[in-house]
Design a binder for this molecule. Sequence first.
Ligand SMILES: [Zn+2]
Length: 280
Amino acid sequence: MNNLHMRFPEGRDKCLTLSYDDGVQQDMKLCELMKKYGIAGTFNISTGNYSKPGKVFEPGRYHRPMSFEECLKTYKDQPLFEVATHALHHAFLPDIPIGEAVYEILEDRRNIEQQFSVICRGHAYPCGKYDDRTISVLKSCGIVYARTIVSTRSFDIPENWLVLNPTCHHKDARLFELADKFINDDVRYAPYLFYLWGHSYEFETDNNWDVIENFFKRVSARDDIWYATNIQVYDYVQAFNSLIYSADGLTVINPSACDVWVRLNCKNIYKIPAGGKVSL
Ligand SMILES: [Zn+2]
């Protein structure tokens, strides 16, 4: 019997992804830090809540949405960043009529696609609020993954991508314990995904930008970690799940457009090229 486990691109054992919400001004600083350390991630924005250009916020206000121009400058055409939906006006989708819920998702999606020249398929639930109807709305609107605010404190690959539970928030008391485990564990079986989420304004309110920079210093520039946006992780896992195997499991066809890496019996790593066939 042969055991086969997914590996991330180039055969890596581990993947790190970030998810930060609300498109606030503090994202500019977070993005600079992410670029400095080569960390990738997803920004969930509400395109109906852009602030007016040059808006002056009252002193002490920490939740300061960026203007459209600021968002473009911060996120557009940046390979490390993905922009995803967060509902057009940050609506709590279970609490509004279904037609409004559809509008909140689809209009946000259309805006992001037009403004950032991308195809947008991701979502983060505002304040983590969702129900069965919300999930069905997202599916109808072409959304393939949606992040909750429920921490798993694990590195498991998600099974239900529309109830995508993150590893933890950056305020989690166990953040650095989890980071050390993520770095130090020798991964023999299923690969590890560290999924971190939060709001960048929290670094201002808590006066602790050092937390995220220390986290980046700890986890960055490692050969065994793939630094990816949420949608890159999703698409890669779909490509792995689409592999076609012979009865003995030793011949593999990759019908996808994405190279896939696998590890056989906790030993050798194989690359299954996009559209290719490999004997393990
Ligand atoms: Zn939010």
